[in-house]
Ligand binder design. Structure first.
Ligand code: SF4
Length: 250
């Protein structure tokens, strides 16, 4: 048995399997760590990997970049006894397992709606993932060839491996999220809604008058610009957009 394997088993064994787990409640990205920890503990590791992918398409990046001591590990009940369960490490483990086993996120619905996303930070990418998962045809207006570099610069302090960033991008592509580099020639009549996920992307549009319904990632949820909380902002914006599409469909 490898040391790494022993560490995984030791850490999941330290989990108290809390009722109404504070770690999951504290997770901004809705990764629900208690569920994948329980799955590993019950030796359903692939199930745990599936869960983490289902809950968070960008889970591999989130696991590497999340300031977990502020969220899941900060809330972990085990921390009151000795030290918190190493949730961030376990999240990285199941995310890697998902990649090693070629697991990919699947769409849960189909729709006729199309959305344009401007701003390729984690909030924009999380919104794109959530929309695509729910069957919306999504185009993120950014140059995909430079996206990996942009994210590596963004998370320079966390020193995230390019392979991890690429894993997140591949998960988006597997969901059908498209990327387009040229934002100057966008025909907005092709879209039912537009999402602005960064102030910089919004600044490139002097007027929003001729655009379809416009949403912003910061309009519903406000908070820090870290990986996990940005995913929360993106998920909230996508939820609002999906409600709007549903209203428009009735
Ligand atoms: S709060 Fe800590 S001990 Fe409780 S379920 Fe989450 S990881 Fe396990």
């Amino acid at each position: 048995m490898k040391l790494h394997e022993i560490t995984i088993i030791e850490e999941v064994s330290r989990c108290l399997l809390c009722y109404d787990p504070p770690c999951s409640k504290a997770c901004p990205s809705a990764s629900d760590p208690a569920s994948f920890i329980k799955a590993i503990r019950l030796d359903d590791r692939i199930g745990g990997a599936r869960l983490t992918l289902l809950n968070n398409t960008l889970g591999s990046i989130c696991a590497a970049a999340c300031p977990s001591s502020k969220y899941c590990e900060g809330a972990c009940i085990r921390g009151k006894i000795d030290r918190p369960v190493s949730i961030k490490m376990l999240h990285g483990y199941v995310a890697q397992l998902a990649k090693d086993h070629g697991l990919s996120v699947r769409k849960t619905d189909t729709t006729e709606f199309k959305a344009a996303v401007f701003g390729s930070d984690m909030a924009g990418l999380a919104a794109a993932a959530a929309l695509a998962k729910n069957g919306v045809d999504v185009i993120v207006f950014t140059d995909i060839t430079s996206l990996q570099t942009q994210l590596m610069i963004k998370f320079a302090d966390e020193k995230i491996d390019s392979v991890i960033i690429d894993d997140g991008i591949q998960n988006l592509l597997a969901l059908g999220v498209k990327f387009a580099a040229d934002k100057n020639e966008v025909d907005f009549s092709n879209f039912d809604a537009v999402l602005f996920a960064s102030k910089r992307s919004l600044a490139e549009f002097p007027s929003l008058d001729d655009l379809p319904r416009v949403f912003f990632t910061g309009e519903l949820v406000k908070g820090p610009d870290n990986a996990a909380f940005s995913i929360k902002k993106g998920n909230a914006a996508a939820k609002r957009m999906l409600e709007y599409f549903k209203e428009a469909d009735t």
